[in-house]
Design a protein around this ligand. Sequence first.
Ligand code: COA
Length: 613
Amino acid sequence: MKQGPTAALGSHVAIRQTSDLPKLPAPQAGKTLKHFLDFAEALQSKKEFEETKKIVNEFVVKDLPKLQDLLQKRAEALPNWLTPWWLNIAYLAARTPLPVVTSPGVVFPKFDFSTQEGQLEYAAKISQSAVKFYLLAKNDQLKPDMAGKSPLDMAQYKFLFGTTRVPKIGVDEIKYGCDYKEPLQHIVVIRNGHLFRVQVLDNNEQPLSISAITQQLQKVVSESETPNPHPVGIVSSDLRDKWANVYTTLKKDINNLQSIETVEKALFVVCLDKASEPPVGYTEKDEQSRQALHGGGSKSNSLNRWFDKTIQFVIGTNGYTGMTYEHTPAEGPPVGALMDYICDQITGNAFVVDGPSASTNVSRLDISTNEEINKKIEKSAKTMDNVAADLDIVAHTFKPYGKNFPKSAKISPDSFIQMAFLLAFYRIHSSLPPTYETATLRKFTEGRTENIRSPNTAAATFVKKMVSRPPTPVSEIYEALVHATNNHKKYTVDCMNAAGMDRHLLAWKLIAVENNLPTPEIFGSNIYQQLNHFQVSSSQVPTRNFIQMCFGPSALDCYGICYNPQETELHFMISTFKSYGSTSSKKFAKELNKALIDMKSVIHKATKENSKL
Ligand code: COA
């Protein structure tokens, strides 16, 4: 994900002490600037790089002492110096639409149903499983996630349920479900653009039985056979200020207010979708990722969404199901864990069948609109159609090997895959892309993310040796590959231990603004701009089941790549914007395949040669 605007610096975001994990320390300045030079050198000519060195030296003398001192003080004062800033900059203050760049989609494995009865059965099963997971998270009964031997902050799990990003002019507000005093017992089901309140827990916090949920869903179906002519939820897919204006107007009506508050307090949303077909040249899996990301446009299911809700389960008609998730409260791995849990429940048929029945009736959540709002609904629907038509997303599984192969070659699979991205990109564009890759900071209290940026000089050397003509001897390429992957892994560990570069630079920039200091020259430099214009935006979200997350590219010329390296296969979701013209998801998938095969071949040949010596 790309850094957002630097407005609204986050001082008003609620700070909560969520764990007894260590506080995020302020990174060391020397290390950050060394990384800056290394990443700059990989992208610059010798002459340009000399200029960058001058800018860095000036920064060290002129700006650094004051800024680092201020950051040190902030790090001492707050449980996490970064997270309040990050919440605002990456999310709440960003005015851009949630789909398709900010809000990821997630796709379950194909389940075995093809009728409306099956659709409701799976909607009930997914809902009940999610409710059980909610109770585990709420009652601190989830096993802590680990990074090696270090436990990770688990707060994000509690933020997933009952949470809504409320649109506000300038900066949105996040309302967490765990902050409500009253128990949350319902979900919201959307069908044909109509919203309904459906009960899923009883007064003793017991999940309702599958048949009790299914009966309510049948009622929803019987009351939503014709499309809602004014499905106002589509405006939640548009620019945040536009939606904030509509939201404020809607809430002035007392009945609307009640309906909207019911949506805000819903544990999650379930979208009962109509059938959809993949566009020509795309697979059913590609189509499901489109449904999960944006709903396929207004003729398909985009009018059947409420994008502010953290969790929306998307239930198709042909065995495909998934989720649209609003990113503000949590990263992908807790969402992946929820999806894995649901898959396990479905595989194990582990449902509450003799649980309580509903004690409240299904109620329709009517939201009345006026002519002006109806026009905005139409406009937002058109905007969504354009976005949906422009996004080229491909679900790609690499089958020749999985993370077992790099592991057997004593190479980090994640670093190996990142090098394959760089090589694939270079072969298409003859240049190296500034690359974003998410690293978790959840070893620290309230931790969110750092960017495992690449390429550095080691990665650039490897890629250039791979493509050089005449060919470089295979032993040299192998050495460069080992060096580049070890370097990437070392930087990954740095990032996860609060010694990454990106958030530190951001901190200096923000703290200068907050303290009315002049913005240091380094932040206006061409290289800083270039480094922050990502052409590959990537994220690993591993799961045990065949679950794939996806998101849109963070810039017009960028590739958005979410990947799930499993033991014997590597799953990728690759997205691009068609309107850019020079990128193509399918072409990237093809080059990625080739890169992965060529890299394996280098290792095989080089290690064979070595064993002969
Ligand atoms: N030799 C042999 N095996 C190795 C190895 C080497 N040199 N280096 C790593 N491995 C093994 C690891 O032990 C691990 O083994 P496992 O499969 O038994 O668990 C496996 O290879 C994978 O390790 P690696 O590929 O290095 O990556 P990782 O699993 O440590 O993940 C990150 C790296 C950066 C993705 C992870 O730390 C992270 O931060 N994840 C969060 C990302 C996130 O938040 N995404 C969502 C954003 S919305």
